[in-house]
Design a protein around this ligand. Structure first.
Ligand code: HEM
Length: 423
């Protein structure tokens, strides 16, 4: 009897094996995106555990060789001075970028194949919470090196939080543990970053995957030719490969590829060199957010600084409009996608992206809007005036919508009905 069989017999795992290990998985590369996000999360936890051994979560000043600096900053520079520590820190940072990129691409796959439709609305909403949670976890991590750049970036976040009408000031002071920069903010953000975020994200990712397991994947229409594998839970026959051993072997290879990508990026491309930025000081460096928040920064640039209005006794200023109202309205529209799309849904089959010219056009127009807003974040460098930015931001999504809709409709008419598989 092999070791595996020994465990199966001792722990009576027969039922588990029959029910779950034979689950069929679609063999389509776009279905790897969610898994890539998952593997990046695992990499973040492992590299983060290593960094936690050396990091000092304190803004108290310490004396290092005659120079006085915050302990958090000194410990980060110390980590960077060890070759392995530097690699771990960079891998942690790169894994965060890769995770957010994988989540965004995964979201786009779900959107363009209409995999958000009934019964998967819940996972769409949960997925967006995961995206927001991952970005917030990154934001908390940004402060931890406590260098000039990270303190300035966090101060901008604090200012935006305070700009929320009525409750902003009080909520910001609670979340940032006092008026930022306060000595309590670093330990508070450390707790958010290493305890709250990993625990909450793990629980939500687990729930997300349980729901996928329960509802089953949508199946790409192109997989119709694959060998069918029975769903052992007694459900419908879904084509794909069984979880064990084929899918698991693919996942292991994918994990190694994600690991290799993060290691290669870390070896060649430095990220956030704290020693270069130096400890926090009175000078404020030019700070732009990372690529995934550039569009919010761009929206802030579009709103005139003196724009404000009064509502129920509160002043809603340009900061609240650009960084809260505009992104909030866009986020709400994305959240409501499953309810705005009223087309009949297929329980099992993913739609071909070209099957719905309206959805394809909306998706590409939305992406163009994000790109235009991100470009607006570089208005100074590009020497673009605010009126020009407004025209580009409003016009480019409309042009993309119109061009995509006309081309996709023509293609659809030419090739008959595309996609929505058989129920
Ligand atoms: C931490 C972030 C996330 C992780 C780790 C994750 C992981 C996964 C995995 C592994 C799958 C199964 C494989 C696949 O379909 O790609 C999946 C499916 C799914 N995810 Fe995510 N996901 C995340 C965020 C999101 C986001 C942001 C959305 C959308 C807003 C989303 C919506 C869905 C939906 C609707 C499915 C079912 C898709 C189908 O059946 O075709 N997820 N997710």
């Amino acid at each position: 009897m092999g070791l595996a069989e020994w465990f199966v017999e001792r722990l009576a795992l027969d039922r588990f094996r029959a029910k779950y290990l034979g689950k069929p998985f679609p063999v389509h590369t776009t279905f790897f995106l969610g898994e890539i996000a998952l593997f990046c999360f695992a990499l973040l936890v492992v590299t983060g555990l290593y960094l936690a051994l050396f990091y000092e979560p304190s803004a108290e000043n310490v004396n290092v060789g005659g120079s006085v600096m915050p302990a958090a900053f000194a410990s980060t520079v110390l980590i960077d001075s060890h070759p392995f520590g530097l690699l771990m820190r960079r891998m942690h940072h790169w894994a965060a970028h890769l995770m957010i990129a994988a989540i965004v691409l995964h979201l786009l796959r779900v959107f363009f194949t209409a995999a958000y439709r009934k019964p998967r609305e819940l996972n769409w909403v949960l997925g967006l919470v995961l995206l927001a949670g991952t970005i917030m976890a990154s934001f908390a991590g940004y402060l931890l090196p406590y260098d000039q750049f990270s303190v300035t970036a966090t101060a901008i976040g604090y200012g935006i939080a305070r700009s929320v009408p009525w409750i902003g000031g009080a909520v910001a002071d609670v979340l940032f543990a006092g008026r930022f920069p306060s000595p309590s903010t670093v330990p508070r953000f450390f707790a958010y970053h290493v305890v709250y975020a990993p625990l909450i994200l793990s629980a939500l990712i687990g729930l997300h995957l349980l729901i996928v397991l329960k509802q089953k994947h949508t199946e790409p229409s192109s997989s119709a030719g694959h060998s069918a594998s029975a769903d052992a839970s007694g459900g419908r026959l879904i084509s794909g490969i069984p979880f064990w051993p084929q899918q698991s072997a693919l996942m292991a290879v994918l994990f190694l590829l994600v690991f290799a990508a993060a290691a290669a990026l870390s070896a060649f491309l430095p990220v956030h060199p704290s020693g270069y930025y130096g400890p926090p000081g009175p000078a404020t460096p030019e700070v732009k957010p990372d690529w995934y928040l550039l569009w919010v920064y761009g929206a802030l640039r579009l709103i005139p600084g003196d724009l404000s209005f009064r509502l129920f006794g509160a002043t809603i200023g340009s900061e609240a409009i650009g960084a809260m109202l505009v992104p909030g309205a866009i986020a709400l529209a994305i959240l409501l996608v499953p309810w705005l799309d009223r087309a009949p849904s297929s329980l099992y089959f993913a739609e071909h992206p070209l099957a719905s010219p309206a959805r394809l056009a909306m998706g590409l127009a939305g992406l163009t809007l994000f790109a235009a807003l991100s470009v607006a974040g570089f208005s100074d460098e590009l020497k673009l005036s605010v009126p020009v930015l407004w025209v580009v931001t409003l016009l480019s999504p409309l042009v993309v919508w119109w061009a995509t809709y006309s081309l996709a409709s023509r293609r659809r008419r030419a090739s008959g009905t595309l996609g929505l598989g058989r129920n």
